[in-house]
Write a protein that binds this ligand. Structure first.
Ligand code: XMP
Length: 317
């Protein structure tokens, strides 16, 4: 019968045997799956695991720095790569959600390939693939889809020619969390809400600019901090803020303002395939709205999304 401890022991033994003295490169995303996969591989092969964590400039406020520190604290051999500008350049002027996803996928592959080339004689690509990814019921829009669409465009980047090692291939999400907990990974990391690969780019409707990212990051940080301090964060399956490229009139003191709108989204779900909007308390919504409008320059209106999936989706793009 399956227990996290037995899974960990047999997996580490298998990885040791399979990998020997080979080097493995793995992309960390800040999410649960890639983190647990990395810790297992690290336990098996130590410094021969080379982790790469890319800052695409589309993460939550301070997320890159905080998560990188956590990874280092866990003893992982991790390189943080600041590629913000490459992503912003590729996104400039793109308005269509799928065009934005493609550009982000393409740049990620380029950055990752550059980094993988710097690791001499690397033999394997480590991935945090879990069972639902294998049967492809959940992550239709995930990284594997990006990689597939890339296949059709041109030749494979070199890192995709590496042999693949996926220690979590047989696990469901809750099992990955239990393994992670047994491995000593912090609850804060394991309990994270899902966050889409294209990040804030698909939470800024229309074209993405560094200024819009900055505004959205500040509003989103206020939202998430309030969910945490009120105890709602762990009751919500996924939450996030959306930047609407719509201006509306407001008043600040004696001044008339004409600024953008932030939409707040919080949903309950099991697997993201269907979702209900969360009935957050009015008092909490009022506090968040006041804090955002009073502190985030460029926002004068906050709305709450009361749509369920279907027919709406969780993300707005
Ligand atoms: P939707 O908006 O389709 O989202 O209801 C369902 C779940 O999928 C996530 N999502 C993505 N994840 N790349 C990802 O890695 C994407 O392009 C993407 N689009 C949506 C979304 O955050 C939610 O958890």
């Amino acid at each position: 019968n399956w227990t996290p401890n037995s899974f960990i022991d047999t997996t580490i033994a298998d990885l040791k045997e399979k990998l020997g003295d080979d080097k493995v490169v793995l992309g960390l995303s800040g999410g649960v799956d890639s983190t647990v996969a990395a810790v297992l591989l690290h336990k098996a092969i130590g410094k021969n695991l080379y982790c790469i964590f890319v800052d695409n400039g589309l993460l939550r406020k301070d997320e890159f720095e905080n998560v990188l520190k956590q990874y280092e604290g866990m003893g992982l051999n991790v390189k943080g790569v600041n590629s913000k500008q490459r992503f912003y350049d590729a996104l400039a002027g793109l308005k269509e959600p799928e065009a934005k996803r493609k550009a982000i996928g393409r740049v990620f592959i380029e950055v990752f390939d550059d980094e993988a080339h710097q690791i001499e004689n690397v033999k394997w690509l480590g991935q945090g693939t879990i069972y639902p990814d294998v049967i492809e019921s959940v992550s239709v829009k995930g990284p594997s889809a990006t990689i597939k669409s890339h296949h059709n465009v041109g030749g494979l980047p070199d890192f995709m020619k590496l042999k693949v090692v996926e220690p979590l291939r047989s696990l469901f999400k809750d099992e990955v969390r239990r393994v992670g907990k047994t491995l000593g990974i912090a609850d804060e990391l394991l309990g994270r809400h899902p966050f889409p690969g294209p990040g804030l780019a698909i939470r800024i409707l229309g074209d993405v600019t560094p200024e819009k990212v900055h505004i959205l990051q500040q509003a989103d940080a206020i939202y998430i901090e309030n969910l945490r301090s009120s105890g709602w964060y762990d009751k919500v399956w996924q939450a996030g803020s959306i930047f609407l490229p719509v201006q509306s009139v407001g008043v600040m003191g004696d001044e008339r303002t004409y600024e953008n709108v932030i939409a707040l989204r919080a949903v309950e779900s099991v697997d993201g395939m269907t979702a209900d909007w969360c009935h957050l308390p009015y008092e909490l919504l009022a506090k968040i709205s006041n804090e955002i409008i009073n502190n985030v320059k460029g926002i004068n209106r906050v709305v709450y999304d009361i749509s369920s999936k279907p027919p709406a989706t969780i993300e707005w793009e």
